[in-house]
Structures are given as C-alpha cells and as structure tokens.
Design a protein around this ligand. Structure first.
Ligand code: HEC
Ligand code: HEC
Length: 420
C-alpha cells in the first residue's frame, strides 16, 4: 500500500490491470449465462419448458388414456367408411406427414371448409377447440367433422350402424368404453366414437425441438450444449421476448396462453370467404351444443370441468378473436391464419410488422396507428427462431392393418395418465 501511495503512476497501472482482468472475468461470466439475455429474459426462456408438460388424462372422457381406445381411435381416424360416401376420413385433411394438417389454404372435404385445417399435435393440453372455440372438449370437437356436410358428411345413424354391425369394431368399442354399442342410442355411439378418437389424438405429442435442447442446457448451465443453438435463432428469440411482444400471447411450454385474441387478421380476407366473427360465433355454438360439457355425456363426476363453460358470456369484443395457436412445429403447418391467406412464415412476420402495437397488447379498443415495424433482419431472425420450435423431421405414419390382430373381449383397466 505504501509503495503504491508513493508511486501514483504505478497505482494507475495496477488499477487498469484490475479493470482489464475484471472485464475479462465479466465477459466470461456473461458467456456462461448467455449474456445476450437479461436474467428476466432467461426466466421467461425457462418458462417455455420443460417439454413435454405433465398430463394426467381428460376427466370428461372415460376412455382417455385407455389403450384399447387409443388403438380404436387410430383405426377410425384413418377409416373412410366413417363417411357416408366412404370417400373421406379424418386423415384426408389431417395428414401425418403435414404435421396433421393438409398444406392447403382451407380444408377440402366433400366441399371447401371456410377455415385453415388445424394440426392434431399437443391437443391434449388445450381446453377449447377449433379456431373459434366452438367446442369445450376434444371429444365433442371430433363430432362436428363427422356430421359436417363439407367434411365427412356422415350421420349419427351411419356411424352407429357401422360400429354396431362390424363385429371387430363392436368388440373394440366395448373394450374401450365398457359399454356395448348395440345397447346405446345413436347419439351415444356418436359421442363414444368422438371419445375414442380423442384418446388417440391425445397420444400425439411433438418431440423435443432445438429450442428445447437450448432451454434445457440453460436450465442446467451447460454452456457447450447451449452454444449449439444457432445465433440467428437466439437473435430471433430476443425479438420474440422483447420488441416483438410475441410473449404477450405465445407464452409457456406450448407457446400459447390458450386464449382468444384479435390481432386484426380479418383484414387478410380478400372477400373470397365470408366474413368470420371467430370467438363471437364460437361462444354461441358451444353454449348451444347438445354435446357440451354441461350435457349428460360429460364423464366428469365432480362436474368441475363444467365451470369453464358456465362462465362464458358473449360480448361484442369477442368479434374477430381467434385461438392463439401453439407455435410448436409451426414450420410444418403452413399456410397460416384462420383463412390460410399467408403461405409462409416470412409473410406472417411481414403481417406482424404492419400490425398495430396496441392490438399486440390486446388493447383492441384503441388502435393507435403505430405499427410494430420490424426490420427485415428482425423478421428473418424471428423466422429462424420459429423454425427452431420444429421437430427435426415432420411426423410420419407407420400404418396399421385394419383388423390385425383380431379383437378379443377383455376386462378393461384404464392406465392412469397415458403419456406417449
Ligand atoms: C375437410 C377437411 C377436414 C376433415 C375431413 C376433418 N377435419 Fe378436422 N379440421 C379441419 C379444419 C378446417 C379445422 C379448423 C376448423 C375450425 O376452426 O372451425 C379442423 C379442426 C379440427 C380440430 C380442432 C383442433 C384445434 O386446434 O382446436 C380437431 C380436434 C379435428 N379437426 C379433428 C377431426 C376429426 C376427428 C376428423 C374426422 C372425424 C376431422 N377432423 C376431419 C378440417 C378437416
Ligand atoms: C395479442 C396476441 C398475440 C401476439 C402478441 C402475437 N400473436 Fe401470433 N397469433 C395470435 C393469434 C390470435 C393468431 C391466430 C390468428 C388467426 O388465426 O387469424 C396468431 C398466429 C400466429 C402465427 C401463425 C400460426 C398458424 O398456425 O397459423 C404465427 C407464426 C405467430 N402468430 C407468431 C407470432 C410472433 C412471432 C409474434 C411476435 C412478433 C406474435 N405471434 C405475436 C396472437 C398473438
């Protein structure tokens, strides 16, 4: 200390030296924690996992998690005999190789459906179904396409007759639901079929993505694993969490808050499809449905699941709201938005760039005329980030022989909480 006091010059160089080494140490610490993200941003990154989320079955569907039901649901999903003309199955529009959509602007069955086809991935984690939330359970959602004249164009009578009269299917039905299709009325068989198909769809869960690998590496402070995550995806993630305000809605492990929002996507409609009020009509439909959770078909003895329905009230601000979609596997599900007007993610980012920031903050009442304005580089980085939410390869289908192995009646014990 004395020596330093006597030589101010020496003191300065020692101080500079200390600053130099501290800077290096700080830079290293920054690198370890991926300093491009603040500690708050890192918390948000961690909140997008772990994946897959825990899941314990659907209490409203007694066949949920039942292996016979999953197997029967899979058979029926691919079975064209479910349609009256025996020409269409669910899988005609929900094609596994297209991440369970069809690659079209709008689904085409017996005629064009006015909406973009949804994916079947990760639906077990959702409470509301269809882009307008017109169904409050996965099994009741499955009934609409069976009856819709534009989709399978089937009838309850046809579905019931088909399942009752085919001995193999009737046997599988009994194993799945502990009830004979022959002793149920048509509507109940229709619901039963919706439930076994739901059990199958619940088994469809996306694999880990490059983003999950990064998120998990951060969680265990494994820098060399975290470094594998591409720079462009990281820059895009930064925009996603910050300037882009994407996190307001695409949050959590599913990258959706499960809500319905109006982001002004109605302006994309060029008049080729009728105007769509989204959630506004959806609430009318779900409240009026004979298959909603308030009906006798809900298997939840506690009736707790009915609360989400009874709390609903149609209000004018529901007009133009659509379900916030999950962004997992989003690279495989184009075209985008409820009418499928945007053919790729680049166009979606250009749309967001022109979108009023107040809409992105769910403040539909006051559109301030201030678009988000993302630079070309920010849009490209966001696309790189979104692609890191994709599984490495699109899902593929293994195929299943129709009646193989033949069904034997057995006592059914539903395993608790089926997990893929
Ligand atoms: C003609 C094409 C077509 C056929 C056939 C079809 N779907 Fe769909 N599916 C769609 C479209 C389009 C949507 C979006 C509908 C909407 O939001 O109103 C959709 C939505 C869904 C959803 C909601 C997904 C979500 O994210 O909420 C489920 C579940 C579903 N379909 C299951 C089925 C089942 C089960 C079958 C067979 C019984 C089937 N679909 C047959 C086109 C089709
Ligand atoms: C206010 C809520 C909200 C915010 C903020 C938001 N989104 Fe969305 N996002 C939605 C809704 C709702 C849709 C569906 C709109 C429709 O179907 O017309 C959607 C659709 C999408 C789609 C198309 C998915 C598909 O399958 O069609 C992508 C990709 C997307 N958003 C990414 C982003 C990105 C990136 C940001 C940030 C720049 C962002 N979103 C900000 C609510 C939001």
């Amino acid at each position: 200390m004395m020596a330093l006091n006597q030589h101010p010059q020496g003191l300065t160089s020692v101080l500079w030296g200390m600053i130099f080494f501290m800077t290096i140490a700080l830079a290293q610490a920054k690198d370890v924690t991926h300093g491009e993200f603040t500690s708050n941003e890192q918390k948000v990154i961690l909140s997008h996992g772990p994946w897959p989320m825990p899941w314990s079955g659907d209490p409203t569907n007694k066949s949920s998690g039942n292996e016979s039901a999953i197997d029967l649901g899979e058979r029926l999903f691919f079975d064209k005999k479910m349609s009256l003309k025996a020409n269409l199955a669910c899988s005609s529009c929900h094609i596994p190789e297209y991440n369970w959509t069809d690659g079209l602007k709008r689904g085409v069955g017996q005629a064009e459906v006015p909406r973009n086809t949804s994916s079947m991935m990760n639906l077990r984690y959702q409470n509301w179904f269809a882009l307008d939330g017109a169904a409050d359970s996965l099994w009741s959602q499955n009934i609409r396409p069976m009856l819709d004249s534009k989709e399978l164009a089937s009838t309850a009578a046809h579905v019931a007759r088909y399942v009752r009269n085919d001995p193999d299917l009737a046997c599988r039905y009994e194993n799945s639901l502990n009830q004979k299709a022959q002793s149920q009325d048509e509507a109940s068989v229709l619901v039963g079929v919706g439930k076994v198909i739901a059990a199958f769809i619940e088994s469809l869960v996306t694999d880990l993505s490059p983003f999950d690998a990064y998120r998990n590496a951060l969680a265990r402070s494994d820098q060399s694993a975290a470094d594998l995550y591409p720079k462009a995806a990281r820059r895009g993630l930064k925009v996603f969490l910050g300037k882009g305000e994407c996190e307001n809605c695409h949050s959590g492990p599913l990258f959706t808050n499960g809500e319905f929002k109006n982001i002004g996507s109605a302006r994309l409609n060029d008049g080729t499809v009728p105007a769509d009020t989204g959630r506004f009509d959806g609430i009318h439909k779900v409240l009026g449905s004979q298959f909603n959770l308030a009906s006798q078909y809900n298997d939840d003895a506690s009736r707790r699941s009915v609360e989400r329905l009874t709390q609903l009230k149609v209000q004018s601000h529901h007009k133009g709201q659509f379900k916030v979609p999950s962004l997992r596997n989003v690279g495989y599900t184009g075209p985008y938005m409820h009418h499928g007007e945007l053919s790729n993610l680049e166009q979606v980012m250009a749309f967001y760039s022109a979108t009023d920031v107040n809409l992105l903050r769910s403040n539909t009442a006051s559109v301030v005329g201030k678009p988000l304005l993302l630079s070309r580089a920010e849009q490209d980085d966001l696309v790189a980030f979104l692609r890191s939410l994709d599984m490495e390869r699109a899902p593929s289908w293994r195929g299943k022989e129709y009646a193989d192995p033949p069904c034997n009646l057995k006592t059914v014990t539903a395993p608790n909480g089926y997990v893929k």
